[in-house]
Design a protein around this ligand. Structure first.
Ligand code: XMP
Ligand code: MG
Length: 183
């Protein structure tokens, strides 16, 4: 699918490239200040967080290592159940590290609660969460998110790492899809 078709598949652009980059620069500055003197490790959750991680880490005023995890959450259709299986674990031990989980989106928060608890069981110094997007359903679980890019409405969005059937991840904005895409 070419770029022209991809853009034509959007019903609405919720966040422009400029809005996203501006917010990421603010978050990066906050993170750098908060983690001064700490042993920061960025942990990305594949695959959606790839784009956020790439831009967030380059917006940091300094350098920090990163690691990646891939999980699959069993659920009915599009809703996650919170039952999670690790597809790819971290490469390295996180004992004593100040872990910052980098996510693209938190919907119910069930997947992330599981990941957070799992990482906390490995004796890190701390585990916090940074997400570009947060949906309103997350209030149903008690999961503190230290860094949030944007609170968005409860709609399915694509772009900036987020996919529909593995497509649209490379869109530079975040938007909703037009009805003809689902037809
Ligand atoms: P929970 O509900 O456990 O799930 O927080 C979060 C995961 O669900 C996916 N998700 C989306 N993916 N557009 C997407 O492309 C969306 O609007 C959306 N909402 C949830 C995503 O994989 C996320 O990690
Ligand atoms: Mg997906």
């Amino acid at each position: 699918m070419d770029r022209e078709h991809m853009a034509a598949d959007l019903a609405q652009v919720l966040l422009t490239e400029e809005q996203i980059q501006t917010r990421l620069a603010e978050l990066a500055a906050d993170i750098w200040r908060d983690y001064e003197g700490k042993d920061l490790l960025l942990v990305g959750v594949l695959k959606g967080a790839v784009v956020v991680m790439a831009d967030l880490m380059r917006a940091l005023p300094g350098t920090a290592p990163m690691d990646w995890m891939a999980v699959s959450s069993y659920g009915s259709g599009t809703k996650s159940s919170g039952v999670v299986r690790i597809l790819k674990d971290l490469d390295a031990d996180i004992t004593g590290k100040d872990v910052l989980i980098v996510e693209d989106i938190i919907d119910s928060g069930l997947t992330l609660s599981w990941i957070k608890a799992n990482l906390e069981s490995r004796s890190p110094a701390s585990v916090e969460i940074c997400t570009l997007l947060r949906k309103p359903d997350v209030v149903k679980v008690d999961i503190p998110v230290k860094y949030v890019g944007f609170d968005i409405p409860n709609e399915f969005v694509v772009g900036y790492g987020l996919d529909y059937d593995e497509r649209y991840r490379n869109l530079r904005c975040v938007g909703t899809l037009a009805p003809h895409v689902y037809a």
